[in-house]
Design a protein around this ligand. Structure first.
Ligand SMILES: [Mg+2]
Length: 296
């Protein structure tokens, strides 16, 4: 895409998704916890709002609830509303609601995972009772950020899977972008272990899954070609944009560099590479909007 084409595509953008870690914020904890806002992030969010575009922020972390994430972003002067925060737990809850309505679900994870199931009124299996040996009859097993997953939970999860429940995982990221030290992932570690024990595959619901893109589309209320997806990971945000038909931007303030983008396979290629959100701000300011929203 040449610069003119790019500016035309940007002028058509009606909804923007920002990744959190390595894009809006850099920190040593998941979902921007304890971090600092990256240069240009507050201004980029303000511009999206001022121009009447819809917005979402999407982290692959499932440690915190959308409200907790929004609070921590607001404490860094990032104007993000609770309902604009997407996590794989949100995707998992909305997807289970569609795939297994009214059926019991075995859900592993702390409040960041459970919250989205409980607020939607989904039938979450009581783990204390399941751990005493009560049959779960679970229709699906959902693995999230569960730092207390040990042998007893593995036992009931494996029994449900061997009885036919599919395994879903919020994210199988090995680690998250961080400033000083390795920030290891937990959910994928558990899902891979459960898959090993049961010899059944697991399905990831966080970015870049089609389920994640579907939930994002419903939240932004725009057609894919009117959507801009920005993140620091070619295999997550850029891959999701490419597959879904949205405009994809890599920011080189986190995991991947411009050199990485050059070497990326076609399915992970971004449409544009930005040194940071400050550069996005310049591009969006230079391109007045053209078309009204197609949906919503
Ligand atoms: Mg990131």
């Amino acid at each position: 895409m040449n610069r003119d084409e790019l500016l035309t595509r940007l002028a058509d953008v009606r909804g923007v998704m920002f990744d959190i870690d390595g894009c809006l914020v850099i920190s040593d904890g998941p979902s921007g916890k304890g971090g600092r806002a990256l240069p240009g992030a507050p201004e980029a969010i303000d511009l999206v709002r001022r121009t009447g575009r819809s917005m979402a922020v999407f982290t692959n972390g499932s440690m915190q609830t959308p409200h907790q994430i929004a609070e921590s972003l607001r404490s860094l002067d990032l104007d993000v509303r609770d309902e604009e925060v997407l996590t794989p737990a949100v995707v998992a809850a909305e997807t289970m609601q569609i795939l297994h309505p009214g059926r019991p679900l075995l859900v592993f994870g702390g409040p960041g995972v459970q919250h989205d199931f409980l607020t939607r009124g989904l039938d979450v299996v009581d783990l204390d009772r399941a751990l005493t040996g009560e049959p779960t009859n679970a229709a699906a097993v959902v693995i999230g950020w569960d730092v207390e997953f040990g042998r007893n939970k593995l036992q009931i999860a494996a029994e449900a899977v061997l009885a036919g429940a599919p395994i879903y995982c919020t994210s199988d990221a090995r680690s998250f972008a961080s400033e000083h030290r390795l920030n290891v992932g937990v959910s994928g570690f558990i899902a891979a272990g459960l898959s090993h024990v049961t010899q059944r595959p697991y399905r990831v619901l966080g970015k870049p899954s089609p389920e994640a893109f579907e939930v994002l589309t419903r939240r932004l209320q725009v057609a894919p070609e009117q959507m801009l997806i920005i993140g620091d990971d070619l295999t997550l945000e850029c891959a999701m944009a490419r597959r879904g038909g949205a405009l994809g931007a890599l920011v080189t303030t986190g995991t991947h560099s411009a050199a990485d983008a050059k070497q990326a396979p076609p399915e992970h290629q971004p449409d544009l590479v930005l040194s940071g959100l400050g550069e996005l701000l310049e591009l969006l300011t230079a391109t007045p909007q053209r078309t009204p929203s197609r949906l919503g």
